[in-house]
Design a protein around this ligand. Structure first.
Ligand SMILES: Cc1cc2nc3c(=O)[nH]c(=O)nc-3n(C[C@H](O)[C@H](O)[C@H](O)COP(=O)(O)OP(=O)(O)OC[C@H]3O[C@@H](n4cnc5c(N)ncnc54)[C@H](O)[C@@H]3O)c2cc1C
Length: 469
């Protein structure tokens, strides 16, 4: 990029917020797993929607590629520029104002750079709940959550980010600002543009603010960490929990013994809550708005029935907030605990809930046939049919030798996913990682429509080129 253009972009945000030195740019150019490392001519940190609009006008006029970035916690490389160094990273971090909170209407309007943890805090201060919850919540931002249609651990009760959003403000590729900040539950006035931008991974527009839904805060939450013998028992326990707790079942997460061993081995202060080992674990949460003891009562009856039916082998029920945090910590640290175990080939898939046991059994057999002694570690959101099907390398194998087989292993896993009519990306999106795969698995008509939409909204291809499509 020539010096004159650099100067023009920089002038929009001011000297302190245009980053040009390698040292200043570095945190925006790689992601925490070290999988993606890029280069950028410039990192811009605008303060408001008006500055973003000016940046996009200039980018569109000069065909300068722009990579929107929120908290940089995305897992498919969508927020990282390519290696050529001609792109501009547009960081949303400074757009972090709370525009309004309406506890009566159960909505809040937040700017894109508010972190998810802060959004939860804003809701809590108004005695309301913002239910999106995921392990990266201290860093990921509302704009990034929307752009990736984030999921997390409470989706089975509240839905993912799409269901939690009523309206958006978006800067388009040509710099125009679409003000769609409507707080309406019903609005049948044509095509739903909001749903087009949600999940578009920065390829159709820059999300600058959103109207988000608020919910009543549960008065009580009961949790249990449950040991089980096999996947069939998990399926039956899930059916039982859904039947008895209905919409009050707010989390149903699974992890295998191997996953728990990884966390206990590598995460500080983590320990196995149960006395003896079990092949599988479920972290279950029931929430209630009603009288004190309702959630605990539901949980107790569920576990009693589970024990009677021989579905539950053992269970630990936290009796303090510290104990609750400790068992949730086991689940939240699953991702990072795989890193010290060497190479990990990761998948974020979904299949119909009833097919999860068959999917895991088939995939485990297929990947161990391909790479003998590899260690499948499937964990995640059973209640959403969403399994993070990760595979750790065989003990003692060279890390790179294992990772070199990523494509072959992934093709095999995704082939099984498609045979169950599933999805190759349940919640992390497509980004750079699954762009080629998308071409193979998506209906050609659907792909064609997606390309037409991109062409209409971003004819010069300046928004996050090379991602998603
Ligand atoms: C430990 C860990 C656990 C995780 N658990 C989950 C989980 O349970 N569920 C889940 O869904 N995800 C999970 N993730 C993935 C990640 O946290 C989510 O995808 C999150 O929504 C990304 O938000 P972000 O602000 O970090 O976005 P970024 O990583 O910065 O960007 C993600 C994508 O959105 C685009 N983008 C960012 N901001 C904007 C904007 N304002 N306008 C337009 N485009 C934008 C980027 O270009 C990129 O394509 C996890 C990640 C980690 C590290």
């Amino acid at each position: 990029m020539d010096a004159e253009l650099l100067e023009k972009f920089g002038a929009i945000v001011g000297d302190d917020y245009r980053l040009t030195s390698d040292e200043d740019k570095a945190p925006f150019l790689h992601e925490w797993r070290d999988r993606y490392q890029g280069q950028a001519a410039l990192v811009l940190r605008p303060k408001d929607t008006a500055q973003i609009s000016q940046i996009m006008v200039l980018a569109n006029e000069t065909s300068t590629p722009i990579v929107p970035q929120g908290g940089n916690t995305g897992l498919v490389g969508g927020q990282i520029p390519f290696e050529e160094g001609c792109e501009v990273v547009l960081s949303l971090t400074r757009l972090n104002n709370v525009r309004s909170v309406d506890p009566v209407g159960h909505v809040m309007v937040l700017e894109a750079g508010v972190t998810l943890a802060d959004a939860q805090e804003v809701a809590a201060k108004a005695d309301r709940l913002f239910p999106l919850s995921l392990a990266a919540q201290g860093s990921c931002q509302i704009g990034g959550n929307l752009a990736s249609n984030a999921g997390g651990v409470n989706v089975l009760a509240y839905g993912n980010m799409r269901e939690l959003c009523l309206g958006l403000e978006v800067v388009l590729a040509d710099g125009r600002i679409w003000n769609g900040l409507r707080a309406l539950k019903k609005d049948n006035t044509g095509y739903d543009l909001r749903d087009l931008f949600i999940g578009s991974e920065g390829t159709l527009g820059i999300i600058t603010a959103a109207v988000l839904k608020l919910y009543p805060r549960p008065s009580e939450q009961a949790n249990a960490f449950i040991g089980l013998k096999n996947l069939k028992n998990i399926g039956e326990l899930y059916a039982l929990a859904t039947q008895s707790a209905g919409g009050q079942l707010t989390a149903f997460e699974i992890m295998p013994r191997l996953g728990l061993e990884f966390v206990v081995r590598h995460a500080p202060n983590a320990s196995d809550p149960l006395q003896s080992p079990h092949d599988w674990y479920v972290l279950l949460e029931i929430s209630s708005l009603g009288g004190e003891g309702e959630a605990t009562g539901l949980m107790t009856r569920l576990l009693e029935e589970g024990l009677e039916k021989d579905l539950v082998s053992d269970a630990a029920l936290p009796s303090s907030l510290e104990q609750r945090a400790a068992i949730w910590g086991l689940r939240e640290r699953m991702s990072e605990a795989q890193k010290p175990e060497g190479g990990s080939i990761k998948h974020d898939i979904s299949v119909p809930i009833a097919s999860i046991p068959d999917f895991i059994t088939s995939a485990n057999k297929a990947v161990t046939d391909l790479v003998p002694d590899c260690r499948p570690c499937p964990f995640g959101h059973w209640g959403d049919g969403n399994i993070h099907y990760n595979i750790s390398q065989p003990v003692g194998m060279d890390k790179q030798e294992f990772l070199d087989q990523w494509e072959q292993v992934s093709n095999c896993v995704h082939g099984i996913v498609m045979s169950f009519n599933g999805s190759i990306s349940a919640e992390h999106g497509i980004g750079r990682m699954k762009r080629e795969m998308l071409q193979q698995v998506k209906d050609p008509v659907e792909l064609d429509l997606m390309r037409s939409i991109k062409q209409t909204l971003d004819p010069k291809g300046v928004l996050n080129p090379g991602k998603l499509l």
